[in-house]
Design a protein around this ligand. Structure first.
Ligand SMILES: Cc1ncc(C[n+]2csc(CCOP(=O)(O)OP(=O)(O)O)c2C)c(N)n1
Ligand SMILES: [Mg+2]
Length: 373
């Protein structure tokens, strides 16, 4: 089985460059299973990662809105197609990175995938070059914003079809179980995705197979502009999993320590062969669904209340209270993160477009019905 074979080889190949995607210094790469240390370094690393994701997203917003001027004076969009930003949901990706073992775990997510990819160590250059359609992008510039992938570290990417990643995650988890790798698969989805038929199919089979998969709903309260109250008959989204004989619960998705603790229990259960879990990480997205969303469905008061629970500010405050963070450290981390993102953008902008001859490479074209050789 190709995927499972790839798991066996991962520890070796993950050290090699993957089109620049996994070549980022390890300090961007989450904490890869480390527990928080007494000196606060791990905590500062987690804060740094959340700040990196936020800065990347906010700079991406600017880049989307600023056209590139071509030599003949005409203008073109730097980022084509849709753009879905992750600002506000950082604690979920960064918390997962703290548990994720790159040698054997997988993560699949929806189209709001920049945060998870940066959390698993994708360089800002590879991510931004992908958005710019440049050849140095993690998917050679052919995937764009919704399809950030880095298979060598287990990042099986962004998926544009709502709920499409749920059965795929079941498949990778099944391979992990079959090959006895001890790995787990994290499958992120939005609250809207739980209304897809794939939700029932995947969770039911995952439980029957005792597959080591952790289904995580990033509940930001809306599917595009449709509130949970209007799209789910059961308002408590945790209860949506009550028919699958697996643990299910709500988690504060804005509190990275809670995310690590609660997701960690699910990871332990999955690694111990006890099967899947379903977690609803309640959060908020600060930006619109995509760039064309004027956010008319949201009141100022609601947005203001959400700002009070900004995952980054919450964590900063906690670290200050513990004596692990002062103004000087925060300035230094913020400056370094800003520089890292700006440098990634500078490089991505200077990088070449894919050559015209490569336009049909990486495209799947086969006769149907497909018969494996
Ligand atoms: C199968 C399918 N149906 C519809 C769409 C159009 N669509 C794109 S995003 C979206 C809403 C999904 O919301 P949610 O799952 O809550 O994710 P969020 O955007 O909040 O992260 C819809 C319906 C799609 N991409 N795929
Ligand atoms: Mg949503």
């Amino acid at each position: 089985m190709a995927v499972a074979d790839e798991v066996a080889k991962r520890a070796v190949v993950s050290k090699q460059s993957n089109n620049g995607a996994s070549a980022a210094p390890s300090h961007f790469a989450g904490t890869n299973g480390q527990l928080a240390g007494k000196d606060g370094q791990v905590e500062l690393q987690r804060l740094r990662l959340m700040l990196l994701i936020r800065r990347f997203e906010e700079r991406t917003y600017q880049e989307y809105a600023t056209p590139r001027v071509l030599p003949d004076g005409t203008k073109e969009m730097k980022i084509g197609g849709f753009l879905h930003l992750y600002s506000g949901q950082e604690a979920i990706a960064a918390g997962t990175a703290a548990l994720f073992e790159k040698s054997r775990d997988y993560l699949l997510t929806g189209y709001r995938c920049h945060g998870a990819s940066l959390a698993l160590g994708m360089s800002t250059r590879a991510a931004m070059a992908e958005l710019f359609g440049k050849v140095t992008g993690c998917s050679k510039g052919k995937g764009g914003s919704m399809h950030l992938f880095d298979a060598r570290v287990g990042n099986l990417g962004g998926h544009g079809i709502v709920g499409g990643q749920l059965p795929l995650a079941l498949g990778t988890a099944f391979a992990q179980w079959y090959k006895k790798t001890g790995g787990v698969t994290f499958c992120f989805m939005g609250d809207g995705a739980i209304n897809q038929g794939t939700f029932n199919e995947a969770l039911n089979l995952a439980s029957l197979y005792k597959a080591p998969v952790i289904y995580v709903v990033e509940n930001n309260g809306v599917a595009m502009g449709t509130q949970v109250e209007r799209h789910s008959a059961e308002k408590d989204l945790a209860k949506r999993a009550c028919g699958y004989d697996m643990p299910y619960r709500n988690v504060d998705g804005n509190d990275i320590d809670t995310v690590i603790a609660e997701f960690g229990k699910a990871v332990d259960r999955a690694r111990a062969g006890e099967g899947p879990s379903y977690l609803v990480a309640n959060t908020f997205r600060f930006r619109g669904h995509s760039m064309s969303d004027p956010l008319k469905y949201r009141s100022k008061e609601e947005a203001e209340r959400a700002r009070q629970r900004d995952p980054i500010t919450l964590y900063e405050t906690r670290l200050r209270e513990k004596g692990l963070l002062n103004d000087e450290q925060l300035d230094s981390i913020t400056n370094a993160v800003n520089e890292e993102v700006d440098e990634g953008i500078r490089q991505a902008e200077a990088d070449p477009n894919p050559p015209l001859e490569a336009r049909f490479e990486d495209a799947l074209a086969e006769t149907y019905p497909y018969s494996p050789k």
